[in-house]
Design a protein. Structure first.
Length: 509
């Protein structure tokens, strides 16, 4: 053992151990890097800022942008780690960032820097809105090539369109499509103003949806196209939007992505003020009869209609217009079941989703009895012709024109069992709840209303305990909602307990 240096041997062992641990660490980091670059875990990819991997995962599964891991979304991880390009890509693909939502607020407060916060606010202001039934149906026409009756050529590309939609939304195109105009009777035309295909596609999308999206590199072409077609209000909205977005940073990823890709840089996704689609379609229904391809006849009156619009809004009427077995003379169908005024109102609703229908029934509002009869006939038509949203408009009219109150609520509620209208059922329960709340707060006994409800349950529910329970629950909910906020929780509980006790329901099971 003489001459053996214990200190040197210990240091050498420590050094070897250090090298071994370091090598294990490097190998583990390499394995982690390989795993992250091939992982299908979008949360890992977003946190690491692996832009190509995020793109690949989202392309395979578009719904992954709003997946949840505990209380976090992929956008939250990208914002927290400060990966601007990943954040922008997720937003473009539909990630939720609405300021009033839990996910949006969390991303905003968890963002690493101000540039990401500004990006979130920009997209939050342009978040997708839920389309109305009218907007949803008309948007489907954009992809319905079978009903398109004109094709517009722009460069080397062709765009199938509907003459009525072009005329209703763009007044200058309406003049070109009129008899004697340059496009009258032509099935294929070329746009005389040189423009790019993406610019025209953006305008076409706006015509059908009221939503304007345009790639950055085609924004100038879209502006020139709007000037050529004299769309002054839309042009002003575009200019304002571009001014607001000039401060948005342009990353290298933006410049590399083409406008033809599904993830292309969009300079704006906007909903121009006014939402002109219902107004334009209603005006087109009245003014553009020269583009109608069908006519509905009722009580001696004729209503020129546009088959593609009617078919998109009502499957029954769409099939009726195509049915050659129905009484037909030069594309004219005769309606015998309903009056001309009722049919006119229904057609106006098909085109506008509600605006303008009041004017059709203007002579009826002065006479409550006549108004109720026409609304009842319209409700029957909505059920028979499968027109979505019309029953809701009828229910709103009953309330706004004072045609539904405690004196006739039971009659309208009874009709619900004939037409199965959820909208009518809801406004009836709301009316009943408001009447109960008014009596309760005024010191008037609600027993007459409760007795009437009990009689209604006996007449229409019988031994159906489930339906009876549902109706009682809906009335109780409407009753509580109608009470002012000043009413304490204890008093609310006492009121509902008394209400249920009056109906023979045990409040202390």
């Amino acid at each position: 053992m003489e001459g053996y240096n214990f200190a040197d041997d210990s240091e050498e062992d420590d050094w070897r151990e250090h090298e071994r641990v370091q090598q294990q660490y490097l190998e583990r980091r390499q394995r982690e890097q390989v795993w992250m670059e091939t992982t299908d875990d979008i949360f890992v990819a977003c946190k690491a800022g692996l832009y190509p991997r995020v793109v690949s995962i989202v392309e395979k599964n578009p719904e992954s942008v709003n997946l949840r891991f505990f209380d976090a979304t992929p956008l939250y991880y990208a914002c927290m780690a400060g990966h601007y390009e990943v954040c922008e890509f997720l937003l473009e693909r539909g990630a939720n960032c609405a300021e009033d939502s839990y996910d949006g607020d969390r991303c905003l407060y968890g963002a690493l820097n101000d540039s990401i916060r500004n990006l979130l606010r920009q997209y939050s202001q342009r978040r997708t809105v839920v389309l109305s039934p009218l907007g949803t149906d008309i948007a489907k026409l954009e992809k319905d090539l079978s009903s398109a009756d004109i094709t517009i050529e722009v460069g080397d590309e062709s765009f199938p369109c509907h003459r009525f939609m072009l005329a209703a939304r763009v007044p200058r195109l309406a003049r070109w499509l009129r008899p004697g105009g340059p496009w009258a009777g032509s099935a294929r035309v070329r746009l005389e103003k040189p423009t790019t295909a993406p610019a025209f596609e953006a305008l076409r999308h706006y015509i059908y949806t009221d939503v304007l999206e345009c790639p950055a590199e085609d924004a100038n072409a879209l502006t020139e196209l709007c000037k050529h077609l004299r769309l002054r209000k839309l042009l002003l909205a575009i200019d304002v939007e571009r001014l607001l977005l000039r401060s948005v940073p342009q990353t290298e990823a933006h410049r590399q992505r083409s406008h033809t890709s599904t993830s292309g840089k969009v300079i704006f996704k906007m909903y121009p003020a006014g939402r002109k689609l219902p107004e334009d379609l209603g005006r087109g229904f009245v003014l553009h009869s020269f583009l109608a391809d069908h006519t509905l006849r009722c009580q001696g009156k004729q209503f020129p209609v546009h088959g593609a619009i009617v078919a998109a809004r009502s499957s029954y009427l769409g099939n009726l217009l195509k049915d050659s077995t129905v009484q037909n003379f030069r594309d004219t169908k005769t309606i015998h079941t309903y009056g001309a005024n009722i049919l006119h109102c229904a057609l106006m609703f098909l085109y506008t989703g509600g605006p303008g229908c009041d004017e059709v029934l203007l002579d009826s509002w002065a006479d409550d009895q006549k108004a109720r009869e026409e609304l009842l006939a319209l409700l029957d038509l909505a059920t028979a012709y499968l027109i979505p949203g019309l029953a809701q408009w009828i229910a709103d009219c009953l309330v706004s024109h004072g045609l539904l109150d405690r004196s006739n609520v039971w009659d309208w509620l009874s009709l619900n069992y004939s037409y199965e209208s959820a909208s009518l059922r809801k406004v009836c329960f709301d009316t009943l709840g408001q009447a109960m709340a008014h009596d309760e707060l005024s010191g008037v006994s609600i027993e007459p209303l409760v007795e009437a409800l009990d009689q209604f349950l006996e007449a229409f529910c019988g031994d159906d305990a489930v339906e009876r329970e549902f109706i009682v629950a809906e009335v109780r909910e409407a009753f509580v909602e109608a009470l002012p906020l000043e009413v304490s929780i204890e008093r609310r509980d006492a009121i509902t307990d008394n209400f249920e006790a009056a109906l023979g329901i045990d409040t202390n099971p």
